[in-house]
Design a protein around this ligand. Structure first.
Ligand code: HMG
Ligand code: MG
Length: 302
């Protein structure tokens, strides 16, 4: 198998990370974090979510965050794109009003997780997304899709690869320019990833797929390497391994951006991102949050 010649890292720390931190950051600090990441070379950053503040209070103020980001010269200087999660039309309205560059819709391969996460069934979620897609397409707003619980669910246990393939295909055919495959609770192993990817890739071209690996059981880098071998060249990661998922008890954050970068640098796969700067951002944001850095590379260079 040939490894990709270059890899895009999608920085999800300011959304996936901060949404599950005990300490809630001000919009100003969130903007500072995001702009430092943009200056370090990250070209796509999830800046927040337009979800219910009762469900996820950490993401309240995403409107203010986007307004500040859009008013700042950093956006033009770096060419960064800012994404926001939108579970329904109300969320999409917010994302459009506050000029997100793209939006993300999110479902799962497990019924119980979808119910707990967005209060509806998988098929209801897909129906809602059709309305989002129709409106987004009218204004050429790119829509990314997420499938959560791609190998395991906190409520249902193991997930069949065929179910992941079905939801991924649905999102892709609906018009998502890319679908990110989320190992929400980090229980995947390389063999489970292989089985899942082989099922998904029967229907969806590899260049339309990304992986999103939470590192709860320390398997994320192994699973990412396996995904690279299958030709996937888009990887979600969170600076300092921040966060987790509020609807997946015990789940820890995504693989740290620093750790993915160290591995890719070691394989001579270019990303255009300054590892030293991301290490410094990771240690800084952990101080702000009063938490331990989850990045091995960050800790080794503290
Ligand atoms: P619901 O309660 O079913 O919605 O929630 P509703 O339509 O009945 O509305 C109830 C209230 O929420 C109303 O307010 C609405 O206005 C408000 P009230 O009248 O009670 O004051 N509301 C909203 N407010 C702000 N923005 C909105 C919005 N929609 C309704 N967009 C809903 C449904 C989806 C909104 C809710 O379940 C929710 O917000 N869930 C949060 C989901 C979330 O953010 N999860 C974490 C992100 S997903 C993730 O982390 C996984 C991922 O990383 C991949 C992986 O790791 O696998 C992507
Ligand atoms: Mg996640």
């Amino acid at each position: 198998m040939t490894l990709p010649k270059q890899v895009e890292i999608i920085e999800v720390g300011p959304r996936d990370g901060l949404q599950n931190e005990k300490n809630i950051l001000t919009p100003e600090l969130r903007v500072q974090l995001i702009e430092r990441l943009a200056k370090a070379g990250l070209k796509k950053i999830e800046a927040g979510s337009f979800v219910s503040p009762k469900w996820v209070p950490q993401m309240a103020g995403t409107d203010l965050v986007l307004d500040q980001l859009n008013a700042s010269p950093v956006k033009q200087q770096t060419g960064v794109k800012y994404a926001a999660l939108t579970p329904n039309l109300k969320g999409l309205e917010g994302a459009i009003q506050h000029r997100a560059d793209e939006v993300a819709i999110f479902s799962a391969a497990s019924e119980s997780f979808t119910q707990k996460n967005i209060n509806c069934s998988i098929s209801e979620s897909l129906k809602r997304f059709e309305d989002i897609m129709a409106q987004a397409q009218q204004i050429n707003l790119p829509v990314r899709g997420y499938v959560s619980t791609i190998v395991g669910c906190p409520y249902e246990g193991g997930i069949a690869p065929e179910k992941v393939a079905e939801v991924t295909k649905h999102l892709y055919e609906m018009g998502c320019y890319e679908v990110s495959l989320g190992d929400t609770i980090g229980v995947g192993t390389p063999i489970k990833f292989k089985q899942m990817l082989e099922a998904v890739m029967k229907d969806v071209p590899v260049n339309k797929l990304a992986v999103h690996c939470h590192n709860t059981y320390g398997q994320a880098l192994a699973n990412i390497y396996t995904s690279l071998e299958y030709g996937i060249n888009k990887i979600d990661a969170a600076v300092a391994g921040l966060g987790g998922c509020p609807y997946a008890k015990g789940a820890s954050g995504n693989i740290a951006t620093e750790d993915v970068l160290f591995m890719l640098n070691g394989m001579n796969i270019p990303t255009g991102i300054d590892l030293d700067e991301v290490v410094s951002i990771g240690n800084w944001i952990c101080d702000q949050l009063g938490r331990e850095n989850q990045s091995k590379v960050g800790l080794a260079n503290k």
